[in-house]
Design a binder for this molecule. Structure first.
Ligand SMILES: NC(=O)C1=CN([C@@H]2O[C@H](COP(=O)(O)OP(=O)(O)OC[C@H]3O[C@@H](n4cnc5c(N)ncnc54)[C@H](O)[C@@H]3O)[C@@H](O)[C@H]2O)C=CC1
Ligand SMILES: O=C([O-])CC(=O)C(=O)O
Length: 311
């Protein structure tokens, strides 16, 4: 197996590091436009192999797509991150061109690849990659919901003072400060509804904190997060490579599911060797359906901006 990560910045390098440690492929290629960055970070990572005991080859590449040839999975993290006070949506002007160009270059050398989009605004970048590539829909996956769900579980665990791994909870909808939907009704602590442990006010605060989880970190760090995003991509790649069939919330192309069409939005999907293989119907209640529909409207408005950029 061969996995390429495009963008050797904070998120891309962390993805590559996790993927190498998990030995998900014989080779991981890290590609960036900044001269020497991916070669340097790749070599640094390779020098951890004897310390951490992994056998993955790591290759750096300054914009040479020949080195990515024959990749089974490609993760696109190239593009600007936001600064404190910005929304993810404000990145569209710069990142749309980058994501489109990278997708086209990747496919020239890896026509069979499954592509994971990380660059923001992620749902719109996923839609753009799908339209620009013409790939079958199951091979384009936007990563956002896995990260948002990890944050949701963390905030729930902190509020209940319990281990995060005892929590099952999911976030659907868009990967934006106002578009993501933490499904508190369905969250459980080992199968017991979290509403048995937390008041409505506490649950509301957990949901609100989850929604601005990325913004909170951006304010603290000065740029957006990378440890949890890098780990979230790695578990997604692992489910593909090892055909694990995990159900993860991912941004995928909807054709009537959840009442939406011609849009990429976060819903639970089965992830295996073919990419996303099946959409799982959560059976949202009326209130959740209305919130999902509002989230879709906001993402669709962003998708409409793509046409103005191309003009
Ligand atoms: N979907 C998600 O859950 C998350 C998305 N993100 C997004 O991921 C993106 C990357 O974030 P960071 O790694 O923190 O940024 P960063 O600035 O550390 O790294 C981005 C890298 O992309 C490279 N790059 C730019 N144009 C390129 C091109 N045409 N080809 C190859 N490489 C190119 C830059 O040289 C830079 O090294 C941002 O858009 C950020 O908003 C970040 C965290 C989570
Ligand atoms: O907050 C950001 O801009 C980066 C991101 O998508 C996240 O960490 O969720």
């Amino acid at each position: 197996m061969k996995i390429t990560v495009v963008g050797a910045g904070a998120v891309g390098a962390t993805c590559a590091d996790n993927i190498a440690r998990l030995e998900l492929a014989e080779e991981v290629v890290l590609l960036d436009i900044k001269e020497g960055l991916s070669e340097g970070k790749g070599l640094d990572m390779l020098q951890t192999a004897t310390l951490l005991g992994f056998d993955t080859k790591i290759t750096g590449s300054t914009n040479d797509y020949e080195k990515t040839a024959g990749s089974d999975v490609v993760v696109i993290t190239s593009g600007l991150p936001r600064k404190p006070g910005m929304t993810r949506e404000e990145l569209i002007g710069t990142n749309a061109n980058i994501v489109k160009g990278v997708t086209e270059n990747i496919l020239k050398h890896s026509p069979e690849a499954i592509i994971i989009i990380v660059s923001n605004p992620m749902d719109t970048m996923t839609y753009l990659a799908l339209k620009a590539s013409g790939l079958p829909k199951n091979r384009i996956i936007g990563m956002g919901g896995i990260l948002d769900s990890a944050r949701f579980k963390t905030y729930l665990a902190l509020a209940m003072d319990c281990p995060p791994n005892d929590i099952h909870a999911t976030v659907v909808g868009g990967h934006g400060d106002t578009t993501m939907i933490p499904l508190t009704r369905l969250a459980t602590r080992m199968g017991v509804p979290v509403s048995q442990f937390l008041s409505a006010e506490q649950l509301q605060k957990v949901a609100a904190d989850t929604m601005v989880g990325g913004a909170t970190l951006t304010k603290l760090i000065g740029t957006s997060a990378w440890y949890a995003p890098g780990a979230a991509v790695a578990v997604l790649v692992e489910s593909i490579i090892r055909n694990q069939k995990h159900v993860f919330p991912c941004s995928v192309y909807l054709e009537g599911e959840y009442g939406q069409s011609d849009i990429c939005l976060g819903v639970p999907v089965v992830i295996g060797r073919n990419g996303w293989e099946e959409i799982v119907d959560i059976q949202l209640n009326e209130e959740e359906k209305a919130t999902f529909s509002k989230s879709a409207d906001a993402v669709r408005n962003m998708n409409d901006v793509l046409a103005t950029l191309e003009a």
